[in-house]
Write a protein that binds this ligand. Structure first.
Ligand SMILES: NC(=O)c1ccc[n+]([C@@H]2O[C@H](COP(=O)([O-])OP(=O)(O)OC[C@H]3O[C@@H](n4cnc5c(N)ncnc54)[C@H](O)[C@@H]3O)[C@@H](O)[C@H]2O)c1
Length: 320
């Protein structure tokens, strides 16, 4: 199809979600026209309300498990609930979103000869036996556990992306996203950062699973959006998969203490049983991202947490 505008037309599926809304903001700020597609399962109109009305932003309610016919130059495929309580709510739909969603978006990219980026996840490594995780580690995933609808759905999506590349010469990018946090996280998504911040602000007990010695790495959303945009801009010869996240590791207890001190909360820590398949360690090896994207996370945990806390206190925080 002939293109009359010099602005790039970029589709963001899951654009009304946490990471997607920041990505839409950034893409518009970078001079693109953005089409945000979302079924509002976990995303909200509030997340993108400030973009509605911009001549460079368009919002479409659509479920990616159904085919989509639009004209765009690039696709960021983020549509998928990311938090366990959300993706376990309707596990069959979660797998469908990953797999049918990938097929539909890859089909669209094929028809349009568009470049397409998949938001994959560190969960493809499962409960890893290798630490830190590098992209050439194949993972340790329970295919029939409660997390499988997400983990295996995302693994299958990666397979589809690479088969479309091999079979149809599609220009693909696969990002394996590690724990990301920041403003616009869902307050009740059960993820550790939002959990702790909301509990601390409400002076409720801080729920630590197990002994709290399991580690996580936390990447601030602005850094993640930087990486996704950089990845899309890499030469066609580079498809990934590439780990994106912050390699600095914190135990869950350390995170709890940081949140308590930044919120000046009097909440007490309480221990709860660890959920099944909860990984003990999670830390990305980002050597590939550093080399290929010339990127590394820049936001210190305390700085990112302060912005997140301000958001949950009711402040509007924009990052683009
Ligand atoms: N946040 C993280 O730490 C993290 C880590 C790894 C991977 N990811 C991936 O990044 C992407 C964005 O995650 P997030 O944290 O912003 O989650 P999120 O739940 O805030 O965003 C997902 C968005 O997708 C939408 N969506 C869900 N199913 C859909 C469907 N069938 N059709 C259309 N839209 C649909 C939701 O309404 C929501 O707006 C996801 O693909 C997720 O798997 C996120």
């Amino acid at each position: 199809m002939r293109k009359y505008s010099i602005r790039k037309r970029v589709l963001v599926t899951g654009g009304a979600g946490f990471i997607g809304s920041h990505l839409c903001e950034r893409l518009i700020a970078n001079g693109n026209d953005v089409l945000c597609v979302d079924n509002f399962f976990t995303g909200t109109k509030d997340n993108i309300a400030h973009l509605v009305g911009s001549p460079h932003f368009e919002l479409m309610r659509h479920d990616v498990t159904f085919p989509l016919f639009v004209e765009v130059d690039e696709i960021y495929n983020l549509a998928c609930p990311a938090a366990p309580i959300h993706y376990q709510h309707d596990p069959v739909q979660t797998t469908k979103t990953s797999v049918h969603g990938a097929i539909n978006m890859l089909g669209l990219a094929k028809r349009l000869k568009a470049k397409i980026l998949q938001a994959s996840t560190s969960e493809v490594y499962g409960d890893p036996k290798v630490h830190p995780q590098r992209e050439d580690y194949w993972g340790h995933v329970n295919p029939i556990g409660l997390r499988a609808c997400y983990d295996e759905g995302k693994r299958c999506a990666e397979t589809l992306f690479f088969d479309y590349r091999r079979q149809h010469k599609l220009r693909i990018k696969v990002a394996r996203i590690f724990n990301t946090y920041g403003p616009r996280m869902h307050p009740n998504d059960g993820r550790v950062v939002s959990n702790f911040v909301v509990q601390a602000l409400q002076e409720k007990p801080i729920t630590v699973y197990g002994d709290g010695k399991q580690t996580r790495s936390f990447c601030y959303v602005r850094d993640m959006v930087d990486a996704l945009v950089r990845l899309m801009g890499t030469p066609d010869s580079f498809a990934g998969p590439v780990n994106l996240g912050n390699p600095k590791e914190f135990t869950i207890l350390e995170l709890a203490e940081k949140v308590l001190s930044l919120t000046q909360s009097n909440s007490k820590l309480v221990r709860c049983p660890r959920p099944s398949d909860d990984p003990m360690q999670r830390k990305p090896d980002i050597a590939l991202a550093t080399r290929k994207l010339l990127w590394r996370p820049r936001t210190a945990l305390a700085a990112g947490l302060s912005k997140t806390i301000a958001y949950f206190r009711g402040g509007k925080v924009r990052l683009a």
